[in-house]
Design a protein around this ligand. Structure first.
Ligand SMILES: [Mn+2]
Length: 333
């Protein structure tokens, strides 16, 4: 249970000037966690200085925000806030514990302490930085669930718009319960009510794929290489972008593990996915594998057992080979 950490958090933040932020290319979980945490802090922390900084917001999150604000016009979601060097006592970073994914200038060299609240594998890096508190637990399928527990623990009654946000975040990050567990379903059932209709929330999360994304997926399928490892099928392919969506599609069509990468001028990104039962049966943890390979090769990676990503600049082929070797090793055990 995170209860003692919730107490630490409240004590620590009292009277502080706080900046809440999340990873770049904000997803719905990052967004909802930031917005609801700000609501919580405004009620429970004796501070008038609580700021929210949202970096670049992903396309699907923007689509969601548009539908959401039509439904709840009273809730303002600060879409574009310039990060100014406000006088801040503490950075509260949500939905990542990797400073490489945080878009605050000079975050690595600044002296301002950091708190992480996150559900990804604890990277245990950033050792040089002053990390005051880590509320990190990868048993949760979303950061929104940790924020919800925080609100529950301090008996904060959430209004409908905040509940709506949390449900949307939990659903998307748990892959509509695919990566979830009993607690995920329990939390959703506590958040739903007569005024919050499940089907309606689902409809705001429906994403019509754009033509470039559809083409990316089709081309990726044409190029996919099949590797059979015992009873398991690994798919590997490359695309110009949408590698995460491509990696998920490979799983949907029948691969047990997928690797999709894209190369851009600024570097490459490798997305990996695995079926949940493959992880449970073999102990495969893609987040751990990508983290280890990153550390060996000077890249930046991590994530969950069944979904993880890596960003790098050099040695793409070597890194992919290393990732594949480790995946095969675990599958063969
Ligand atoms: Mn998340």
């Amino acid at each position: 249970m995170l209860n003692s950490k919730f107490e630490d958090l409240k004590l620590f933040l009292k009277g502080k000037k706080i900046l809440i932020t999340t990873h770049d290319l904000v997803d719905i979980d990052g967004l909802a966690s930031c917005v609801v945490l700000k609501f919580f802090l405004n009620r429970f922390i004796d501070s008038s200085d609580i700021h929210l900084f949202l970096p670049e917001i992903s396309k699907s999150t923007k689509d969601f925000i548009q539908k959401y604000t039509e439904k709840f016009p009273d809730i303002t979601i600060p879409l574009e806030i310039e990060f100014k060097t406000l006088k801040i006592d503490i950075f509260l970073i949500l939905d990542t514990n990797n400073l490489d994914q945080v878009a605050i200038p000079d975050i690595n060299s600044s002296e301002i302490p950091i708190i992480f609240i996150d559900h990804h594998l604890n990277l245990k890096k950033n050792n040089k930085r002053n990390i005051s508190l880590k509320i990190i637990d990868d048993q949760y399928s979303s950061t929104a669930e940790i924020i919800y527990e925080l609100c529950e623990y301090f008996n904060l009654e959430l209004t409908l718009p905040y509940k709506y946000l949390l449900i949307a975040a939990i659903l998307t990050d748990s892959g509509f319960f695919k990566h979830g567990n009993n607690d995920t379903i329990l939390r959703i059932s506590k958040l739903l009510s007569n005024q919050l209709d499940y089907q309606e929330i689902l409809s705001t999360l429906k994403n019509d794929k754009t033509i470039p994304e559809k083409i990316a997926k089709i081309k990726a399928l044409q190029r996919v290489k099949l590797i059979q490892e015992g009873n398991w099928l690994i798919g590997i392919t490359n695309v110009g972008s949408f590698e995460a969506s491509v990696a998920s599609s490979l799983i949907k069509i029948g691969f047990d593990v997928s690797v999709a990468y894209s190369e851009k001028k600024s570097g490459y990104r490798i997305s990996t996915r695995a079926k949940k039962y493959v992880c449970l049966k073999t102990g495969l943890h893609l987040g751990k594998i990508l983290k280890e390979v990153s550390e060996e090769c000077g890249a930046s990676g991590g994530g969950h057992d069944g979904a993880a990503a890596l960003n790098g600049i050099l040695d793409l082929e070597i890194i992919i080979e290393k990732i594949l070797d480790r995946i095969k090793q675990v599958l063969n055990k």
